[in-house]
Design a binder for this molecule. Structure first.
Ligand SMILES: [Zn+2]
Length: 463
């Protein structure tokens, strides 16, 4: 009898521990293009530029108990794109660049979000780029191309995603506008709203949160935001409020993509990138606030799909001056718009341009320029702004060459350099905290991450 009681006690103890450690609330943050230097660069920038920030401006996830790095090559290249990396992070399978939620033989791969839904968990997918862009789509869609936006959208509305958020519905080649596609979502019973507060309050219904204007970049870059502009932080807050209220004993799974990081890193716009990383950190802080209420049942993962543009912190002379970045007041995209407005009103004087660059980047006024920098900017002004309107075409933006050159000069003064306008094959960071942490210790590759999440949830992800 005594032996039976001991065995029963042990059994109860084991069950108790296992249940306690099971991840009931899963937060999966993906910084698109977020390399290790994007994170550390942001921390150096914060320490120099935002001294009032708590903890010297370190990331909210900087002290997670697991901090490691993972490989991220696709099956077609050592340098992945977001759809192959998204597929790996969502389904644990390697695939070809451009493929979406399918393996290299085009077989659909089950995603961790689909697995969560099967287990009765509520599911949220939020991003600050298009809701059917590559990274979010990796969690609900299966297609041979990341560019089949109509198909990705149709799969979203047919999926088990309860809360979907993004700047717009991407619609290229669909023959429909984002507003028309939003109506298609309404027809299947999804509540489509355009402000985070309303999205958070939707009850007993699926919800799709979009931006007020439905432009692809209607969610402004963090550096360009006014106090009232919605951001990924607001989207994350709305998702948590909705999922916390709507979920039952089975909990929820939330993927949040900080997608803008990739956009401005493709432009080589350091300040804009760092402020986007700050928004990711604030979003993770919301998950940490939730964790404080449910510490035994909450799992938080922060990782990236790939590194964008080969950011280098320092490049010669053994110095860095991140404090000089304090004077950049707007993104390269916003600076481009201001330059175009000047040209449109017929103002192409050098004096006006110097004024603009003083105000927006602190050039000359706060940041001393070497003769060669000034020559570079002046020549670019004459050749590419006055005589022609030359653009630098990056993956997502068409910027004025002069805006790109002026920001490159500022970055150079701060001793920050970029290798390219595209992705690199660098390993990416992985931070983990909370329930099921032990399953992540062996993560070496991005395909290991969703499998570890499944184990933390008490199941397995098989593909
Ligand atoms: Zn990219």
């Amino acid at each position: 009898m005594k032996r039976l009681i001991t065995t029963l006690t042990l059994l109860l103890l084991v069950v108790g521990i296992t249940t306690a450690q099971r991840a009931k609330y899963v937060f999966y943050f993906i910084g698109d293009g977020l390399g290790i230097n994007h994170i550390y660069g942001t921390e150096l920038y914060n320490a120099a530029v935002h001294p009032q920030m708590p903890n010297q401006g370190r990331m909210s996830f900087s002290t997670f108990p697991l901090r490691t790095y993972i490989t991220n090559h696709s099956s077609s290249s050592l340098v992945t794109d977001s759809s192959a990396a998204g597929t790996a992070l969502a389904s644990g399978v390697k695939t070809v660049n451009g493929y979406m939620g399918v393996d290299e033989n085009l077989n659909s791969a089950k995603t961790i979000a689909e697995l969560a839904a099967e287990r009765g968990m509520k599911v949220g997918v939020a991003t600050n780029v298009g809701v059917n862009h590559a990274t979010p789509s990796a969690f609900f869609a299966h297609d041979k191309s990341r560019s089949n936006y109509l198909s990705l959208f149709e799969q979203l509305i047919a999926s088990d995603v309860d809360f979907a958020a993004g700047s717009t519905i991407l619609h290229k080649r669909s023959g429909k506008t984002p507003a028309e596609l939003a109506d298609v979502a309404r027809e299947v019973g999804i509540e489509v709203v355009q402000d985070p507060q309303s999205a958070a309050k939707v009850e007993n219904k699926r919800v799709m949160l979009l931006s007020p204007t439905l432009d692809e970049q209607a969610l402004k870059y963090a550096v360009d935001c006014e106090e009232t502009d919605p951001t990924i932080v607001d989207y994350t807050a709305a998702a948590i409020e909705y999922l916390e209220r709507e979920s039952d004993k089975n909990g929820f799974f939330l993927m949040v993509e900080a997608g803008h990081i990739d956009y401005c890193a493709h432009d080589n716009d350091a300040v804009t990138t760092f402020e986007e990383v700050n928004h990711l950190s604030e979003s993770v802080q919301l998950a940490l606030d939730f964790y404080a209420k449910h510490p035994k049942q909450t799992l938080i993962i922060v990782t990236a799909d790939h590194e964008t543009s080969g950011l280098s912190l320092g490049y010669k002379d053994y110095f860095m001056y991140p404090e000089l970045l304090a004077y950049q007041r707007c993104s390269m995209v916003a600076l481009t718009a201001k330059m175009r407005a000047m040209r449109d009103r017929g103002d192409t004087s050098w004096q006006s341009m110097v004024e603009l660059l003083k105000v927006e980047l602190g050039l000359w006024s706060e940041v001393e320029l070497e003769a060669e920098d000034e020559k570079l900017i002046k020549e670019c002004f004459e050749n590419d702004f006055v005589n022609t309107a030359t653009e630098v075409v990056s993956l997502y933006n068409h910027n004025e060459k002069l805006a790109s050159v002026a920001i490159e000069v500022l970055n150079k003064r701060a001793k920050i350099k970029w290798v390219s306008l595209d992705h690199t094959g660098m390993q990416v960071p992985l931070y983990v905290k909370g329930a099921g942490l032990k399953y992540f210790g062996d993560c070496y590759d991005n395909t290991d991450v969703p499998k570890a999440i499944a184990e933390a949830m008490g199941t397995t992800l098989e593909n």
